[in-house]
Design a protein around this ligand. Structure first.
Ligand code: C2E
Ligand code: CA
Ligand code: CA
Length: 701
């Protein structure tokens, strides 16, 4: 049975479940009908036999019995006749006797009417013969009574008629017995037939039971198997195992379910791919993103070495501002395409964010990384054409080597980015992180924690570095530079804590404090008749802080200082973080009447054309260009042209970091307006500065 149903199931599965159920129910119903029909047939056969017994045999027995009775009654009446002498009294007896004889004839005729076997036929013929004989002798006896008298008649009756009567009675009894025997036979046959039918019905019912059970099992298997298959598929999907293929089902309902599960799996797969794409891909360039870089870097095998190169597009904020963000995006896409062509191809190239791209070079040493950086710079050297216009783009690269510079992506990226700033400041294209100096030492980290207490303990000091105006050789201004008088470390220079104050946001505490000091000092100087405009440095966070403007204007009023008597220095990089907001605040500060100065000009990427659009009064040329201005033709050219351009734009030029007499002479000779540097004086405490300025000759208010 089993192997048969094993081959039956696949065959069944090609039929729809609905049809399968319909077929099996129809089959079961059919079996039921067969059982019922067989039972009915058997029953009707039994009924026919019974009918025969009841209709034919019982009746014949009855009739034979009846005939026997009537024959006896007729004989009784004849005996009474023989004893009745009075003729008148014999008349009613004749009538009764005739009736009995007629009934006897009728009964025998009825027996005769039924179909009968040959044996029965012979018996019936004998019966008829005996009756005829008895009838004839009976009538002769009666005639003898009337003609010859009763004694004669009795003699005739006893010798002839009575003998014929006995023979007739014997024959009817024999017939009745015979019929009774045949009836018993038939009843036995009936019993046998009935028990045969019972066995047959039991066999058929058992067969139907086995067949029905098999059918139910096969149908159930044909439904349950694919259901379990579908459940397995659904569980696989639920557990995220999307690699398992969904089996192709039969063309039934389960097949449809399986194919729906397949569609579901496919759509989950494609959705997951889309999510992964969103998570790991940069939407603008289609390159992998920072997350991908971090994961790939983390997955590097232990003991591997190589380089992480970060590229920053120079002046990109400017391009974005000047040409609009859609153009900026277009340029970034073009740059990404170009970078894709750099050979040898890096293991991974990603866009970190904005205009920063990172490359992972596996097994690259310093020489290989240098070669790669040169290749990137070469690729960027060709101008980009936009709507027929040529645009020069350049980039600066920072290179961190792993494991030397770190083995965590955040560290390596940070160090590479520090190297970018180093490279930008020196205009050298690229720099290695190892050239930049190490991460903040533990000493510096503990300083970060101490800054808040330092503020409370009043450990910060303001130093002033004078600014000399060439035109009248007077001290026209002074830059306020912060110092930290640390109880154990002595005087800590700003470079050791300001960058961390900027990173931690603590600069928001320092700047307002310093400005209040500076405004207080400046007001004091004015009262003492000194015309010196102090300048304070603003960091990016300060420039983005809307509250600072309010704070400054409040302090100016409080100390009675005119806004024109305070200058704020802002580096161009401070403008780049959020250019719109920075420009808005710059405009507000300018509207207040404050003097504004661009600090460290030349170290960043801002063009003069861009700076021209800002509300500034002064430009400070970075120390880098002022150093050796008299001996380095390249520096001389930059400073000279900057002075010329600034004057054309109506800006004052301050040269920072002039140390030697030659530099001072060169600057004066090239019409630089103001100079600040060790060549004039180093930054001094307030106590030192005032007498120094008075002695040197400050502008008089
Ligand atoms: P900076 O604004 O460019 O300040 C000028 C720096 O150049 C000062 O260093 C000054 O001492 C130094 N310097 C001036 N002339 C010469 C020179 O002839 N030769 C050399 N080698 N150096 C010269 P300092 O005071 O160490 O300050 C360093 C930087 O710290 C400043 O650069 C400024 O960016 C920052 N800083 C100082 N005070 C503050 C402050 O109160 N707030 C903010 N946000 N930054 C400050
Ligand atoms: Ca400054
Ligand atoms: Ca400066």
């Amino acid at each position: 049975m089993l192997p048969k149903s094993e081959s039956l199931i696949p065959m069944l599965r090609s039929i729809r479940i609905g049809s399968r159920l319909a077929i099996s129910f129809a089959a079961l119903l059919g079996l039921l009908l067969v059982v019922a029909a067989v039972s009915l047939l058997r029953l009707s056969a039994l009924t026919t036999v019974t009918q025969t017994i009841v209709d034919v045999q019982v009746r014949r027995v009855d009739l034979a019995h009846e005939a026997n009775q009537h024959a006896q009654s007729a004989a009784t009446h004849l005996l009474q006749l023989l004893q009745t002498a009075d003729r008148e009294k014999r008349i009613p007896l004749y009538a009764a006797m005739d009736a009995e004889i007629a009934a006897l004839d009728a009964a025998i005729a009825k027996i005769d009417m039924d179909e009968s076997s040959a044996q029965e036929g012979a018996q019936l013929a004998r019966l008829n013969e005996l009756r005829d004989t008895y009838d004839e002798l009976f009538r002769t006896t009666v005639e003898t009574i009337e003609l010859e008298g009763t004694p004669q008649a009795r003699q005739h009756f006893e010798s002839k008629t009575q003998v014929a009567l006995y023979a007739l009675l014997k024959e009817t009894s024999a017939l009745s017995e015979r019929e009774q025997r045949s009836m018993r036979n038939d009843l036995d046959l009936l019993k046998q037939a009935e028990s045969g039918s019972r066995t047959l019905l039991v066999i058929i019912a058992l067969g139907a039971l086995v067949l029905g059970k098999t059918l139910a099992w096969v149908i159930t298997r044909s439904i349950v198997d694919p259901v379990s298959e579908a459940v397995q598929v659904a569980e696989n999907i639920a557990q995220g195992d999307l690699a398992q293929p969904v089996p192709v089902g039969q063309p039934d309902e389960m097949g449809k379910l399986l194919s729906s599960l397949g569609v579901m799996r496919d759509s989950i797969v494609s959705r997951e791919e889309r999510i992964l794409k969103l998570a790991y891909e940069d939407g603008l360039t289609g390159l992998p993103n920072r997350t991908r870089f971090e994961e790939s870097f983390a997955a590097l095998p232990a003991g591997s070495f190589g380089a992480v190169v970060v590229l920053d597009i120079d002046r990109f904020a400017l391009i974005n501002n000047a040409l609009g963000h859609p153009t900026g995006d277009l340029i970034l896409r073009k740059i990404a395409t170009r970078l894709g062509g750099v050979a040898p191809a890096p293991k991974l190239m990603v866009r970190l964010w904005a205009d920063k791209f990172a490359f992972l070079l596996e097994h690259a040493d310093k020489a290989a990384a240098t070669e790669f950086a040169d290749a990137v710079l070469a690729v960027l050297a060709h101008p980009i054409t936009l709507d027929g216009q040529r645009l020069d783009v350049s980039g600066s690269l920072g290179i961190a080597l792993y494991p030397q510079d770190g083995m965590e992506s955040a560290t390596v990226l940070r160090r590479a980015e520090m190297a970018i700033h180093f490279a930008k400041r020196r205009h050298i294209g690229f720099a290695f992180a190892s050239e930049v100096g190490s991460e903040p030492a533990h000493e510096n980290l503990s300083l970060i924690g101490e800054m808040r207490e330092a503020m409370e303990r009043d450990e910060f000091l303001v130093y002033y570095q004078p600014k000399l105006r060439f035109a009248d050789n007077k001290i026209s201004g002074a830059e306020a530079l912060i110092r930290w008088k640390h109880p154990t470390r002595g005087l800590v220079p700003p470079i050791r804590f300001i960058p961390f104050a900027e990173q931690t946001g603590f600069i928001r505490e320092i700047t307002p404090w310093l400005i209040e000091q500076v405004i207080g000092h400046a007001a004091e100087w004015r009262r003492n008749g000194l015309d010196i405009i102090p300048s304070a440095n603003l960091s990016t966070l300060d420039l983005l802080d809307p509250w600072l403007i309010e704070h400054i204007s409040g302090l100016l009023v409080k100390h009675g200082l005119a806004p024109q008597q305070l200058c704020l220095e802002i580096t161009e990089s401070a403008l780049m973080d959020q250019p719109e907001l920075a420009l808005k605040h710059l405009n507000e500060l300018s509207a207040l009447g404050l003097k504004l100065s661009i600090d460290d000009y030349g170290s960043g990427q801002a063009s003069l054309a861009y700076l021209k659009t800002l509300p500034v009064n002064e430009l400070k040329i970075d120390r880098e260009f002022v150093t050796a201005v008299s001996s380095l033709p390249k520096n001389a050219a930059i400073v000279r042209s900057t002075i010329l351009l600034c004057h054309e734009l109506g800006l004052d030029v301050v040269a920072e970091g002039a140390e030697t007499d030659e530099e001072l002479a060169w600057l004066k000779g090239h019409h630089c307006d103001v100079v600040q540097g060790y060549g004039i004086a180093k930054p001094m405490s307030l106590e030192e500065f005032l007498p120094w300025a008075s002695a040197f000759g400050a502008g008089r208010a």
